[in-house]
Design a protein around this ligand. Sequence first.
Ligand code: NCD
Ligand code: ZN
Ligand code: ZN
Ligand code: ZN
Length: 361
Amino acid sequence: MGASVAILRLPGLIDAHVHLREPGGEAKEDMTSGSAAALAGGVTLVLDMPNTTPPVVDGAMLARKQRLARQKALCDIGFYLGATGSNADEAASLAGQAVGLKIYLDQTYGPLRIQDLAALLAHFRAWPATRPIAVHAEGLMMAVAIGLARSFGRRLHLCHVSRAAEIALIRAAKESGAALTCEVTPHHLFLSQADARRLGPYGSMRPPLATAADVAALWANLEAVDCIATDHAPHTRAEKEGDSPPPGVPGLETMLPLLLTAVAEGRLTLERLVALTCIAPRRIFGLPDQPDTWVEVDPDARYTLSDEGLHTRCGWTPFAGMRVQGRVRRVILRGQTAFEDGQVRVRPGVGQVVGLRTRQC
Ligand code: NCD
Ligand code: ZN
Ligand code: ZN
Ligand code: ZN
């Protein structure tokens, strides 16, 4: 670390796409280990995906997740509701407590996927227009999702955009007035098919790593990208080295160092970094302000990302071996030092739940 230097202060990052895995996947991650990884990465608010076991598709499961978060979270959390073939009305009735509705249009990890047009129509009709519908929709399915959203006047958020053709479609749709937002992951910005070959199962995720030309297209069209979200999707080493490795990679602890490195290299401005990782997600999902909350980084610290010392329970990162510049030194959450020099400094339960109906006491 060395005797430092100018410390840079950023607002707490918001990660609009994480899988904290609780309940049902605690061997991969739980709310405490996942929110520790968030703090270590300068992230103070995460939006958690519904593909847990069981999935979050009704009021009882949403309440259970909120209770778990109140007991175990080290940072603030908002929850997505998952869409099924039969829960359109119930999901819509819970919209005020969720950050968005998540629809899986492609096969990915977990049981949630809708392939039936009537079921999709029911969700696009019932879900309130004031909140986003977030979709896992690759390639042609992205065009399907945009068409549905436009037909029913719903706000659409496109998860993990990864291909040149997808970002071209998004550009065109936005230019023609679609109420559309999208996110890109750090792994699709900093890794490509060449890394996938090197990483084997540790480089496998949905959507898969793309070509160098796709990666270049994402960077070249960054102004059409609304936010950067990790799709933090931890799986154990045993699962990744087993017979059918599940798709997904962790990302909470490495996003900010990777982006600060891009800033140091002149590929991104600091102002744009803050827009992509804080201002835009707060606006898109209508998230509450987090008073007295910030991150202190040493922008000069140079080091190599590694599997050692991570807070995510899975204990590995697809970015191991990459040289970066910029280290999280301290995270302040509502006036309290939550993380400092590699250590979590707060107790599980300090995290607040976005959209919780009952008073948090
Ligand atoms: C995610 C997971 O493991 O939950 N995996 C992934 O490869 N991205 C599911 C998802 O976000 O599609
Ligand atoms: Zn997905
Ligand atoms: Zn995901
Ligand atoms: Zn209280």
